[in-house]
Design a binder for this molecule. Structure first.
Ligand SMILES: *Cc1c(COP(=O)(O)O)cnc(C)c1O
Length: 420
């Protein structure tokens, strides 16, 4: 498409947008008396207007039914979490029995490592991305320490080459091959939180499997953003949070995927709790843990219903919009963003984009590297009602999302930056 950097053109794209009405399903924060240009759906997705009703229903049922709500609430709490696998399996591309909603992201990462990082004296190393999200780094550090290893020895970080911002797939595959004799696990992000680079999940998984090593992914920045086919790619396990692209509220309950071949293996090592116990006999409260033969077998505690109600409100919107239409709009919205940023840069070089330009290697987010005036520009943007995300020392991340951002938002952003 031949884009134009005009408000009329952006408004025409909005008029042609099949998903335009979904913006009305969200509260857009107000700044200085008008709707903000909200580009931080990669950090905290906006609140669906329906969320309050979904949560209030559960509060009402709790008030009127007390403990009976476990069986007689409008959405009984006992099996509440069972509503998620169908919807989430479409978001991450897997079978319903491979997905479960529980806990929060970093907790789940640890639980998955209990099952899938079982190092020996010889094979104990983990390959991950350099500059992984700090919580993931701390999880890895404490896991290898827990097993008696040293981070610098046990964790191999694959970094961009000198002078480059992104990690080359060939370098990841080469590292896997090079360390195969000492490797226990490959654990990567789906999308790097800082640069927005999408990793080649399929190739990385295949390379790990070729050398007999398990492969898992942190999909915090991928779930609800990029196309995923976890089952077909034979990814062993993955986890993600629900509050970024999945709009389920700050600190909301998180998601886990475990490939069927592992999920059905009830002998697989894990840290267990009563909610992962066989449903038919759970309340006999017998000794001896018997796992549910699905991803649910990793659950520990009974479900946090209020958080799950918010998750349900958000996923119902995702389902109505449909992942295919969301991906189509995401690509067009993002292509328009690249175009507008290029136009801004033509007039005066403001940013360097450190996100890969190739469409297959980015999702909603682009990361803009600025010079030493970057923080001033970030502050100036905020004063103009543009909410972006600042990362030290000099990167601004922006992520227009297909559910509630408009093409006009993107044009406005370019227009405001040009006027600074
Ligand atoms: C957002 C994010 C987290 C946050 O972890 P929580 O346990 O939800 O606080 C962790 N890892 C990655 C890669 C993230 O993007």
């Amino acid at each position: 498409m031949n884009f134009q950097n005009t408000i009329a053109f952006a408004q025409q794209l909005d008029a042609d947008d099949e998903l335009k009405q979904f913006r009305e399903s969200f509260y857009i924060p107000m700044m200085y008396g008008k709707e903000a240009i909200y580009f931080t759906g990669n950090s905290l997705g906006l609140q669906p207007k329906a969320t309050q009703d979904y949560v209030l229903n559960e509060l009402e049922d709790w008030a009127s039914l007390g403990v009976e709500g476990h069986f007689h609430a409008r959405h009984p709490w006992m099996p509440y979490h069972e509503i998620f696998p169908n919807q989430l399996s479409k978001v991450v591309g897997c079978l319903p029995n491979e997905v479960v909603v529980m806990n929060q992201l970093t907790v789940n990462l640890h639980l998955l490592m209990v099952s899938f990082y079982q190092p020996t004296k010889v094979k104990y190393k983990i390959i991950c991305e350099a500059k992984a999200f700090p919580s993931d780094q701390y999880a890895l550090e404490s896991q290898v320490k827990f097993h008696g290893f040293d981070y610098d020895d046990a964790v191999i970080e694959v970094a961009p080459r000198e002078g480059e911002y992104n990690i080359r797939t060939e370098d990841i595959l080469q590292a896997i091959e090079q360390h195969k004799d000492s490797l226990a696990l490959v654990l990567f992000g789906g999308v790097n939180y800082y640069t927005g680079q999408v990793f080649d999940i399929k190739s990385i998984t295949a390379a790990a499997h070729k050398v007999g090593v398990l492969c898992g992914f942190d999909l915090a920045h991928a779930a609800g953003n990029i196309e995923l086919h976890l089952h077909d790619w034979e990814v062993d396990f993955a986890c993600w949070c629900s509050y970024k692209y999945l709009n389920s509220g700050p600190g909301g309950v998180a998601g886990v995927y475990i490939h069927e071949k592992h999920a059905t293996n009830t002998d697989l090592q894990r840290f267990a709790g009563w909610w992962g116990y066989e449903k038919e006999t759970r309340f006999k409260m017998d000794r001896g843990f018997k796992a549910i033969p699905t991803a649910e077998g990793w659950q520990l505690s009974n479900a946090p219903i209020l958080s799950m109600a918010a998750h349900k409100a958000a996923l119902d919107i995702v389902e109505e919009a449909g992942m295919d239409r969301l991906h189509t709009k995401r690509k067009l919205l993002n292509a328009y963003l690249w175009y507008v940023v290029d136009e801004v840069n033509k007039a005066k070089q403001v940013f360097e984009i450190i996100t890969p330009r190739n469409e297959a290697e980015h999702g909603c987010q682009i990361s803009l590297l600025t010079d030493s005036n970057g923080k001033q520009m970030f502050d100036a943007l905020t004063k103009k009602g543009v909410i972006t995300d600042w990362r030290e020392p000099n990167v601004t991340r922006i992520a227009p999302v297909p559910l509630y951002n408009s093409f006009e938002d993107v044009w406005q952003f370019g227009n405001i930056v040009s006027g600074l």
